[in-house]
Design a protein around this ligand. Sequence first.
Ligand code: AMP
Ligand code: ZN
Length: 457
Amino acid sequence: MALTLYDTMARKKRVFEPADPARVTMYVCGPTVYNHTHIGNARSAIAFDLLFRVLRRHYGAGNVVYGRNLTDIDDKIIRASQENNVPIDEITAKFTKIYQDELSELNALTPSIEPTATSHIEPMIHMVSRLIDVGVAYEADGHVLFAVDRFDDYGRLSGADRDEMLAGARVEVAPNKKNAADFVLWKPSKQDEPGWDSPWGRGRPGWHLECSAMIEKQLGQTIDIHCGGQDLRFPHHENEIAQSACAHDGASLARYWMHNGFLRMGSDKMSKSIGNVLLTHELLADWPGEAIRWALLSAHYRQPLEWTDGLLRQSKRQLDRFYRLLEEIEFSDVTGPAPESVVAALEDDLNTPEAFAALHALRDSASQMKGEARTEAIRQLANAGRLMGFFNVDPEDWFKGAVSEGPSAEEIDALLIERAEARAAKDFARSDQIRDDLAALGVIIEDGPEGATWRRS
Ligand code: AMP
Ligand code: ZN
């Protein structure tokens, strides 16, 4: 069966044909590691984790190379280091570990390579030199800038008018730009900023350069699939395309481009600048990783996904229904190919709503069976879920695990302390209110000689 993917460059679904089926290459633009990431960032990582799983199934696990970078040098990191008086590598090591741990709790597979920017300074300097040599980059006041009007295809991926694009995007400020859209390849570092020696003085790379240089070094001049959030189409991906093509005699950077839609809160994109973010580590404190993963995959990856508490509750409930059936089989020996219905949905541009519908159908039919046929159908169901990154918890542990409906244990404890204080102050209206509110959330308070305890009804 053919695997089809929506290619942003072609603006249509295309049958996916790798350049070499024995070495399929994909790359995802990863995070800047200076603080906690939010669940919108996780959406991008999880959508493309699913792509990685689908490619591994199709071409063989050993034949897919997945790179996801870590930006460990950047103005925001330098600022965080100066403000908190903590060395940069301490900050980046801490948040790299947190990011990797969070994604593994969301059952994301570890990419084949996770290159860091600071370990690719040499290929970056080499690429800048080459871009100057071929006449598409110029030096101005210690900066090296890429001249966008030297690359005819600039803007082809995002398809927008250049002035329109510029108006809506953050483009770095730099002195003596020939064109407002020219972007920074290399910039000077002040004494107290990290820097590397280069033909243009001590400095550091621009953000866009990292991905081009890391892809060249780790994956090759032209990769099969380049992925990222839709906000990265311009300027980041346009700039990557321009750098790589000009450094490689016109060879394209990627044969397919995939972009995920935004995770939203209400009508807004979840973003640090708006301040409406839910941090992944906070959600993981209250919910099983699989429930969050289920919620993240509930909408098709190119569509917007509206994030609500209800979505998480519903995702957990649905998983409970699957785990009830999975309890019936010997869980440790589930291995085998996923059923065709789920594979077909996923191979159609990662159509997760269809894949979930197929999972539900498999569950409904398994639950009507008896005997060995039932056991076999549940095994099939487990294989189907496993392909999507679910059903990795032993069912017994799943049901013993933290109760994710209603308030967390910490929230309840805090309310009980507030209630005790209200009672001590003889504010019985408040203490009764807290008891009633908790009761409405399914939490029962029992007063005893040792103070109040609680249980879920
Ligand atoms: P950033 O930290 O903003 O560079 O984002 C890291 C990755 O997460 C990029 O691929 C972004 O496109 C993606 N991203 C950021 N915010 C969202 C969001 N609200 N929904 C989906 N993806 C997002
Ligand atoms: Zn990138």
